[in-house]
Design a binder for this molecule. Structure first.
Ligand code: SF4
Length: 407
């Protein structure tokens, strides 16, 4: 793999009268690990893999306080830091990355040495082994290269700020490949990096990610148990991980939560064997699927990690009595989501679960229409959730483990 472009490829602007000495950057690799400051754009699948990166960098000796994530996406961020850096026309979650890069580069108080923006090729997914593959969207894979171009147009902005740019291609769904990919992508940026320590740090990263995901799933299960105990409804957000970014998903689920409804996300649904057995046994016995995590009945082309989880989330919602409502979020210009709109809606609605969709979300929160729709959802939930829960429960197998758990 090609080595990442480095901050030492200096380009100077004679028009501004600078000399190489005046802007010579500190070579990131020359700094001791404990002093290195790493900037990571808080974008795309960083929203579901950040624990891996924190665990990985910590294990390499990089102080957690020196890992600098950019802020949540916002219009101000794009205006202040991303202006004039746009490259190709693209979906909003990719387009806004320019603002994140610009913000990290411009941070004078906590100046970064490395801008680390992994090109994530595939993702660890709870559906691994039950689907064809767990790839990311092609726009996600290519995003760092795409956005980098906007910072090299007239001059190398990274070099000018003494920042080394590192964007290794990483196959997170293929763990044995990861140490090699990260070693090759980082050895010029981190002094004295060895393959062996990269291997150990990769393991630490996966362990940290696994621990976080396990805790989040346990929390989701506890919420569902509480709903079952109290016969209360919960909502499920069916979206991509980066819709958790307030600037991408516009906090629609937070507005709903304010009405007192617990909100779960597809990425962190419980996948315990007893629950899956209870929910999916009839489908397995009918020969529609081979396991509770199989989506071949609704999505045979199961190549894309986030898309697969979206489809499985719809199936989960359809079978879980206390999920009375599904809220679907999707971004402007998302080509990956378009073919999933109908299947997701049909799976959910056929079970009698409420379904609301917010599509084409971009930089501006349509506050007025979101408010009206949130009020509508809350109204429907208040009026129909008891009925929906009763109907779904009547159609479910006996002895739900969420209830049996407390007995
Ligand atoms: S999945 Fe959609 S929103 Fe996400 S990067 Fe791909 S095209 Fe853009």
């Amino acid at each position: 793999m090609k080595a990442p472009s480095g901050s030492l490829r200096l380009r100077f602007s004679p028009a501004r009268g600078r000399t190489p000495a005046a802007i010579a950057p500190v070579h990131a690799a020359a700094k001791p690990r404990g002093e290195l400051r790493v900037g990571i754009p808080r974008v795309l699948n960083l929203w579901s893999t950040h624990q891996f990166w924190i665990g990985f960098l910590n294990a390499l000796g990089i102080d957690g306080r020196h890992i600098e994530f950019s802020s949540d996406t916002s219009e101000e961020q794009a205006r202040e830091f991303g202006k004039g850096r746009g490259t190709v026309d693209c979906c909003y979650p990719v387009k806004c990355i320019s603002g994140h890069y610009g913000e990290l580069v411009a941070n004078r108080k906590r100046k970064i040495d490395i801008l680390f923006s992994p090109m994530v090729y595939s993702l660890p997914s709870y559906l691994d082994g039950h689907v064809v593959a767990s790839l990311t969207c092609p726009r996600v894979m290519a995003a760092p290269e795409n956005i980098k171009a906007g910072f090299l147009k007239e001059k190398d902005v990274f070099a000018e700020h003494g920042i080394r740019y590192a964007a290794p291609l990483v196959s997170l769904a293929d763990a044995p490949l990861v140490p090699k990919q990260l070693y090759e992508g980082l050895r010029d940026a981190i002094a004295g990096l060895t393959f062996e320590e990269t291997k150990k740090a990769t393991r630490a990263g996966f362990d940290a990610l696994e621990a976080f995901n396990r805790a989040a799933r346990a929390r989701s299960r506890a919420i569902l148990e509480q709903c079952a105990r109290e016969s209360k409804p919960a909502l499920l957000v069916v979206a991509r991980p980066y819709h958790m970014d307030p600037g991408i998903g516009h906090e629609i689920e937070t507005d709903l939560q304010a009405y007192g409804y617990p909100v779960l996300w597809t990425q962190y649904l419980p996948t315990d064997a007893d629950l899956l057995e209870w929910m999916f046994r009839p489908d397995i016995e009918a020969g529609h699927i081979q396991s509770g995590l199989d989506i071949a009945d609704v999505w045979p082309s199961s190549y894309s990690a986030n898309t697969n989880e979206i489809l499985w989330g719809a199936k989960f919602a359809a079978r879980m009595p206390w999920i009375a409502c599904v809220v679907r979020l999707s971004s402007y210009e998302c080509g990956m989501d378009q073919p999933t709109y109908s299947p997701v809606q049909q799976i959910v609605e056929r079970s009698g679960t409420l379904f609301f969709s917010f599509q084409d979300l971009d930089s501006t929160k349509p506050a007025g229409s979101v408010k009206i729709r949130v009020e509508t959802i809350a109204h429907y939930l208040q009026k129909y959730s008891a009925q929906i829960i009763a109907k779904k429960l009547a159609a479910s197998p006996q002895l739900c483990p969420l209830i049996a758990h407390r007995e």
